[in-house]
Design a protein around this ligand. Structure first.
Ligand SMILES: Cc1ncc(COP(=O)(O)O)c(C=O)c1O
Length: 457
């Protein structure tokens, strides 16, 4: 049959790996990655550093889209997984110790009365679980969500995600989901007033939406309205949680306690796929209390030993290294430096964010320049992915990995590991300065990238 072994796999060249991707995975994605130079193969990762086969070092400012708060291959998380490797990893006919301990630890670090957890394997699954929990616990159908939000791409999570592009091919999605503008408290009250809403799901800072920080006090007022109209507040901390914004959970900036909190990404310590929702005893009892209802929502891999061990070690390391405080201090430092850059380079429209969840919004390249220089070939793509052109330059000229946000491609997202060194933060600022300085205008920047793209195609 010619199956490739793991040893052979590890010896494959970049070209061979790319060929396999094209043939057996997603060829369109390979093309997009190629356009911006993201079609590389790396062979080593530790902390904020990644290396290719030649030993060339790259700094990771993408941080696994928020999944690498602890950095790559954190030694204590790896050691925890190593420690449990002789235990049964998957045995449903047992009560595993590790998921129970992880749930207990989560209850200790989350705010308010949050206590009962459900473990799954991704962010979207955590959201699915939260939506189902809200419906069964309240007996209501309607879910309110925000425009520009991102909660995942499974059918349920997609139904409460605020971007049409991802939804339009999959209609009808689940019924009863209604959107409102993010940050608009009057619209929320209008929706909740009828008392038939099971839940309002919201991110504290919209991540994929373009690192959008709502007006101060928004979450607090949303909390009050949810309580007033008997609606559960689901806070999606999948990207903002576990230290990213300078607090353990971003809802703590406003001392808001949700009824259900969704977690994933860094919960697995950058090693294991691990998602969770956590809720109060009261809500959980209402939903799944008693033997009959206890199996209504389950997952084969949810709470497996390896993932739970990674979660336990991840929480410990986040606290030991005081990553929320590190994110707070480094975030202040970097945001200030980026704002200084903004004063000098009008190409930067806005610098925003909290802690080490930072968005750098660039002015749109929508001026036909690319159309002219590429004969129309790249105009649409480049307009939509302008920030990715800058990300491409950061990668190709400065060995710095960043990316753009899914819902707002003019925003470069900066979400490095929270234990990144100040020296690397300075390198990013230096590299951006060089790029904007060299490319005095859009034309130069676009032209450089078009040349690069043509070279590759
Ligand atoms: C806020 C938020 N919720 C949910 C998700 C979905 O997580 P996953 O990709 O693990 O399904 C993401 C992923 O980016 C996210 O940022």
């Amino acid at each position: 049959m010619g199956l490739t072994t793991i040893d052979e796999a590890l010896e494959l060249s970049e070209k061979e790996a790319k060929k396999l991707h094209k043939e057996y995975l997603n060829p369109g994605l390979v093309s997009i990655m190629g356009l911006i130079g993201f079609d590389k193969v790396y062979t080593y990762a530790e902390g904020s550093i990644i290396k290719d086969k030649e030993g060339k070092e790259f700094i990771d400012f993408l941080g696994g889209y928020g999944a690498l708060n602890l950095g790559h291959n954190h030694s204590e998380v790896l050691a925890a997984v190593e420690k449990v490797k002789k235990l049964p990893n998957i045995l449903q006919a047992s009560l595993g110790v590790l998921p129970a301990v992880l749930a207990k630890n989560l209850a200790q670090i989350t705010p308010g009365e949050l206590r009962r957890s459900f473990f799954c394997n991704s962010g979207a699954e955590a959201v699915e679980g939260a939506l189902k929990l809200a419906r069964i616990a309240t007996g209501k159908e309607k879910i309110v969500y925000c425009e520009g939000s991102f909660h995942g791409k499974t059918l349920g999570a997609l139904s409460v995600t605020g971007r049409e592009k991802y939804k339009k091919h999959f209609q009808p999605l689940i019924p009863g989901c209604q959107s409102i503008p993010f940050g608009d408290i009057e619209s929320l009250e209008q929706k909740l007033k009828s008392n038939d809403t099971a839940a309002f799901i919201v991110e504290c800072i919209q991540g994929e939406g373009g690192i959008i920080v709502p007006p101060t006090g928004y979450l607090k007022l949303a909390r009050e309205l949810c309580t007033k109209y008997d609606t559960l507040l689901i806070i999606d901390e999948i990207q903002t949680g576990l230290g990213r914004t300078g607090k353990m959970f971003a809802c703590e900036h406003e001392e808001v306690v949700p009824d259900i909190m969704c977690l994933a990404k860094s919960l697995g310590g950058g090693i294991a796929p691990l998602g969770a929702y956590i809720t109060t005893e009261k809500i959980h009892d209402k939903a799944y209390g008693g033997m009959e209802k206890s199996l209504l929502h389950t997952s084969t891999f949810g709470g497996n030993t390896y993932a739970a061990a990674a979660g336990v070690a991840a929480l410990q390391a986040i606290i030991n290294e005081d990553l929320p405080q590190q994110a707070y201090e480094k975030g202040e430092y970097l945001i200030n430096k980026l704002k200084e850059l903004q004063n000098r380079y009008p190409i930067i429209k806005e610098v925003r964010g909290k802690g080490l969840m930072i968005g750098l919004e660039l002015k749109s390249a929508n001026n036909g320049i690319l159309n002219t220089i590429s004969g129309g070939k790249l105009d649409d793509l480049a307009n939509e992915y302008f920030a990715s052109l800058v990300a491409g330059k950061l990668l190709n000229d400065h060995n710095i990995i960043t990316a753009y946000t899914l819902n707002n491609p003019n925003v470069i997202r900066i979400e490095p590991p929270l234990n990144i060194s100040y020296q690397y933060l300075d390198k990013l600022v230096y590299a951006l300065e060089k790029i904007f300085n060299q490319s005095q205008s859009f034309i130069k920047l676009a032209f450089d990238n078009v040349k690069h793209i043509y070279k590759k195609s």
